[in-house]
Structures are given as C-alpha cells and as structure tokens.
Design a protein around this ligand. Sequence first.
Ligand code: PHE
Length: 343
Amino acid sequence: MDEIRQQFLSDLGKANTPKELEEVRVRYLGRKGTITTLLKNTDFSQLTPDQRREFGQKVNDLKRFAEAEVSRAIEAAKARAAASGATAGVAGLDWSLPGTDHRVGCIHPIALVQMELEDVFHSMGFMVLTGYEVELEYYNFDALNIPADHPARDMQDTYWLTNGMLLRTHTSANQVRALERFGAPLRAIFPGRCFRYEAIDASHENTFYQLEGLMVDRDISVANLIAVMKALLSRIFHREVTIRLRPGFFPFVEPGFELDVQCLICGGSGCGTCKGGGWIELIPCGLVHPRVLEFGHIDTSKYSGFAFGLGLTRMAMMKYAIPDIRLMNSGDIRFYEQFPAAV
Ligand code: PHE
C-alpha cells in the first residue's frame, strides 16, 4: 500500500493539465483503478478478523487521501489555466471568453404551410409552378373573364406600374398562362406573393401569399373539387375537418363557391376567431369558367376543370392561431422563433 501511495504521488506530480490529472484519478480511483481494486483482489480468507479490519481501514484512508489530493490538484490546475488566460498547450487562446451564440434559424409559418401543401399536391400528381409577380393586365384580368369595365375589378384594388403592367392581385393570373403552355389534362399549383392596394390592419396586408390550384381533365366535377379540398385540409390541420360550400361569385368560375371550415378553435359553437358564427371562410373555389378554358385554347367539349385560390397567410394564421397579420412581416425574431427550424 505504501508503494501504491508513492507511485500515486509521483504520477500526480508529473500531471499538469486538468486532463492529465483526470487520467491519474481514473488510473487509481476509477472503477478498475489500482486503489479501487485493492479490496477486490485481496484474499481475505488468509487474514484474521483484526487484520481484515486494519486492512480495510488502511485502504479507505488511502482512497480518501488520493481523492482529496487529486481534487485539490485539479482545482489548482483549473485556477492556473484561468489566471493565465490560456490552457497549457493552446497558447494565446483565452478559454475564459464567453462563446459565440449560435442561433438556429426557423422557418416562417407561411413557408411551413406552403411546404406542406406542395408536398400533398405533389403526391397527387400536381406540378408546382410559380409565374410572375409583375403581370400583364391580360392574365390578371381579361383572360379570367374580367373585362375592363367589369365591377369585379374593383374587388381587387390594384397597384399599377407606369408601364401599364401591374403587381398581380391574385395567383389566378397563372391559370391561363399554364393552360397555354401545358394544355390539358393539367394539374398544377401556383404558390406565390400577391399585392393589393389596401389599408393595413390586423387582418389586411398589401402583400400576402396565395396558393392557386388548377385541375383540368375529362369529367371534372364538384365532387373532385371537394375530395381534393378535404385531402389538403386534413393534411394541414392533421384531423378531419367539417366543411360547407356556399355560393361565391368570381367571374372565372361557374359555379363559384366559398368553402368554409367549421371553426377549429371552438368546434363550431362560436368564439372570437369565427366571430361567433362557428364557420370560417377559407378557400374560394369553383369549376373553371368555359371562357377561361377557351382563353387557354382548351377544347371545352372534352375538358372541364376546377380551380381554387387559398390564402396561405390566412391558412397559417388559422393553423397556428396567429392573432395579427402584421406579425408575419414584422421581422420580429421573437415571433419567428416560435416556429420549428426544420420540418
Ligand atoms: N383569385 C380569387 C381571389 O383572389 C380566388 C379564387 C381562385 C376564386 C380560384 C375561385 C377560384 O379572390
């Protein structure tokens, strides 16, 4: 035991850094350490009860001594490192400086909803297309059966550019472009930014995101529209949602609908979010007007289609119970940080 004590002290003397000292501690006091195994490796049957007691006592003393010595040495080594501002072996590096704060970015709630929807439509065979934020009047209005003098133009206050073009007021502007380019049958969605000349308040922004959908094929009916709407809603809200269709007017669909969902906050009994009514207006949609198909050079005796234009901004607000639309573009990191960094 004296030998072990000598050896221990000599090893301890040679160790300098906290790491080296820790190695010494493990060598003597770890689970398989020299001192720890002393008791295990001794054949007690050779000893008298008194000798056993004395031996046990000595081993414990040695153990306590070694523990105290090694802890003291480790503390001293740490203090030395802190005082000199550098640990041994890494000259000039001040380990006492605070570290850099690594912030993990997060995904904007609108992008989250958009990604989920792209996924579900992709799995149903839809292309994901984008189109143009600066549009021709023709695609934004005329080709959608909204002639120049039509009151429907006033429904969408428009930012006009000095060259006669405009900032698209809805993603529907992609419909005829896609029909011209790809013909029928066609399945496509068009997520993107839209712009309207609006006074900004808690539920209106002049810049917002829509996701348009267009499906043109043989025998497309309202039943197809409803099936696809239900698939997308259950995916977004992770449960069956109750929907209803009300008539809605848009010149580019006939019949046109407003699709409402039963309020997900109160389950339909009436609350602040649904303004007491139990339903929330979520997706305008309808069967594509034959005039629009004709603008896209589609044979209306063979093909029909449905279209919808859901507000991504509104969908994200519903999904995450976001009370004020202005948070979306606020740049306030405390808001964004509440959303996950990855999906
Ligand atoms: N484009 C319409 C809007 O922004 C929504 C819509 C799209 C309605 C497709 C019917 C079909 O208000």
